[in-house]
Design a binder for this molecule. Sequence first.
Ligand SMILES: [Zn+2]
Ligand SMILES: [Zn+2]
Length: 359
Amino acid sequence: MAVKNYYEILGVSKSATKDEIKRAYRRLAKEWHPDVNPDPRAEEQFKLINEAYHVLSDDEKRAQYDRILESGDERKYRDFMEYIQEFLQEVWKGIRRKPGPRKGEDIRLRLELSLEEAAFGCEKSIEYERWVDCPQCEGKGYLGESIEKETCHACEGTGRRVSGIFDFPRPCSVCRGRGYLIKNSCSLCAGRGRVARLSTVKVSIPPGTDEGDVLKVKGFGHTGERGGEPGDLYLRVVLKPHPVFRKIGKDLHREVFISFPLAVLGGVVKVKTLSGEELEVFLQPGVECGSTKTIPGMGFPSSGSAGNLVLTFRIEVPKDPSGKIKKLLMKLAKELGEKGVDTEPHLMEKIRRAIQSVL
Ligand SMILES: [Zn+2]
Ligand SMILES: [Zn+2]
């Protein structure tokens, strides 16, 4: 790596003062700014000017560089370049390319779906904010036939300014790095050519869409700049909790309440699937509370094979049984040798009845 001569790049003498260096830098940066100079070498040259200025405007770095330049030691120069690389990267980041079409940014949103919507597909209307072409200037950023430019005074047309703790130029915040201001700037979009608007897009959700799936809606991101194509919209699917079904992988789990006689004697119970279809499930005698039954292929649909439907049985306990049922249960309790059953009404119940009879 040959030692670059930063003095020659800026066109100043080796004994140039800080002020002379600054003036030379400003003049050259303005001339070579890639936004205004159509020369294909402009960006490379502009980078070089910034690199030279970065080194020579810092006393410590300049002294170090002077010793390397004097000796012509390439190895030392390589180490030096490595040392200033991080700062230069920052400078490169700030350099804008020539204003041409720029693709709009992508937008990423969460899309909440119910289990049914995801499983069987649906149409969704999504409302979100995005940048669209400014309706007043049609995306140009200025009003009238052609753009009227005015040199930015904050950066003197260089598009960069030295500010903050870093002693190197950063993009000018007044002209946003362009080096010029637009005289006939559009008032609605402040010269950006884009305005934020609420947009609506209709998306068709395919059946078997699952949690974490990402749906791409081409062209529905932010609008491009200066005629650039728009970005895309990405929707990441999140499944809402379901009141009945719990989804674990591709399987759907649900609880099924059955009566005590059905649990003991076995029989048939009707169970609704996610689609609302009624299944007749046959039960062997002696269903334990909490036991499960798996019905293959009746779970969450997917592009491959569908998941299973997993039923967990619960024994239904009547909260307010009729007198007849109570009598039958007591008979049953006696038959089973159940001694703990309260055959007499509770104490509280007795008090309640006593009060009622007095009233
Ligand atoms: Zn506008
Ligand atoms: Zn400026």
